[in-house]
Design a protein around this ligand. Structure first.
Ligand code: UD1
Length: 426
């Protein structure tokens, strides 16, 4: 299993490019199942989750052509969908496999999708996806660890759905189910994440009738069929946010290009509050300079446009270097502080009570061996390693490979001392 070795203490300087958003690429790839025609996708990041999604689509008889490997261009064509199933072997490595449920129900009116089960950051049920599908007329059961869903007469019908809780993949799944349903579907308390809006943009190009994108009420008028399209996914706002923290925490001067600053409002505001000067250079570029002194600032994770839970671990790394107290409240997932105990092993002063972490800084971090527990926790540990004295060895970096394209190369390109160490599986 691979590890990262980091020698901390280097200020990051230069320009680094952001890849396409993993969390946009996943639903738009699933949406390709909605048509018999060709869908061409661009700016797909070269990360493991997208390879898993292509395997999943191929399992369902989609022809997935990655024009050149590794490449960010995918062509997906599913003239026949014979195998409406997401098997456990793939779902267990990527929960977002559940995003195929909506498209399968819309396209063939039947789906068998393995239940994702819990993950390190919490139970993460899919009850709201299933409840909404039931409201659209689906008959749903679970058997042998699989969700088994069927639309009577093969087609879902429009419904008025009010999500009890805001769910990103739930909103995406039901949107994809609704575009081919009979009649109108209204989704209230829908997620407003930019990735949802990106999916709406792609579905609209395929002929879907949707309005309300960017708001918490989406209206979908079902159509008979969708056609092929070409779509470029939006930049990854979490990768951009991680790089902003990298520049701020190392006292460097980092220009981050190919990003969408309009999606970074909450992170930019928080980093500025913590004392890091940030300049929006143009529509696709931001620049961060290291603060003379970072100061503690409290953070509460929220749905978009609030501060993303996917940036919480990275912010915690920054908070360890800020003077004073930073109170970090995690409101989205119940168990998302696993990185805190690893940061504490590096010398951070953090206390946890329930969903709140109190970080007192600045703390002199020192490198040691730490374990990555999930995708974003790994990113938090990389950031901590960049400012720790001596050597930090991060184990189980397969988590970070799920969602960050070329993180080692990108950070090295701006002066970090980081390398991937390949070790034989014992
Ligand atoms: C998505 C993102 C993930 C991000 C998260 C929150 C993708 C592929 N993943 O995950 O990176 O951290 O949004 O921004 O886009 N919930 C239920 N029942 C459900 C669905 C969700 O109780 O049926 C709960 C979850 O347990 C969680 C909260 O709702 O507490 C939000 O989860 P959700 O928005 O669904 O997260 P994901 O879509 O899985």
């Amino acid at each position: 299993m691979d590890k990262f070795r980091i020698k901390g203490g280097k200020a990051l300087r230069g320009t680094v490019a952001v890849s396409g958003a993993k969390n946009s690429a996943l639903p738009v790839m699933a949406a390709a199942l909605l048509t018999v025609e060709k869908v061409a996708l661009h700016n797909i990041p070269k990360v493991r989750d997208l390879i898993t999604m292509s395997k999943l689509l191929a399992f369902m008889d989609a022809k997935v052509t990655i024009t050149e490997f590794p490449s960010s261009d995918y062509v997906i064509e599913t003239p026949k969908l014979n195998h409406a199933e997401a098997p456990y072997e793939l779902v267990k490595t990527m929960r977002a496999s559940v995003l195929t449920l909506g498209p399968l129900m819309a396209r063939v009116g039947i789906a068998r999708v393995s239940l994702p089960g819990g993950c390190a950051i919490g139970a993460r049920p899919v009850d709201l996806h299933l409840k909404a599908l039931e409201q659209m007329g689906a008959e749903i059961g679970t058997s042998h660890g699989y969700i088994e869903a069927r639309a009577p007469k093969g087609r879902l019908k429009g419904a008025h759905i009010v999500f009890e809780k805001i769910t990103v993949t739930g909103t995406e799944n039901i949107l994809m189910a609704a575009v081919l349903a009979d009649g109108e579907t209204v989704l209230e308390n829908a997620a407003r994440e930019p990735e949802v809006t990106d999916l709406v943009a792609m579905l609209r190009k395929m002929g879907a009738q949707i309005c309300g994108d960017g708001s918490s009420t989406l209206r979908v008028r079902g159509v008979e069929k969708l056609h092929g399209t070409e779509h470029t996914v939006i930049p990854d706002r979490i990768e951009a946010g991680t790089l902003l923290v990298a520049g701020a925490i190392t006292g460097g001067d980092l220009t981050i290009k190919d990003c969408a600053p309009e999606h970074l409002g909450a992170v930019i505001a928080k980093l500025e509050q913590a004392g890091a000067p940030i300049e929006i250079v143009d529509k696709t570029t931001v620049r961060v300079r290291g603060a003379k002194k970072l100061v503690g600032a409290d953070v509460t994770t929220e749905e978009y446009p609030g501060f993303a839970t996917d940036m919480q671990a990275q912010y915690m790394a920054l908070a360890t270097q800020a003077e004073g107290t930073s109170v970090i409240s995690e409101r989205i997932f119940e168990n998302r502080f696993l990185h805190a105990s690893e940061m504490m092993r590096m010398g951070a002063n953090i206390s946890i009570e329930g969903h709140t972490a109190t970080v007192r800084g600045p703390a002199a971090l020192s490198g040691t061996v730490v374990q990555a527990s999930d995708l974003r926790a790994s990113a938090g540990l990389v950031l901590a390693g960049l400012v720790a004295s001596g050597e930090t060895m991060i184990e189980r970096v397969y988590h970070i490979d799920r969602g960050y394209e070329g993180i080692v190369e990108k950070l090295r390109g701006v002066g970090a001392e980081i390398e991937r160490v390949h070790t034989a599986v014992s």
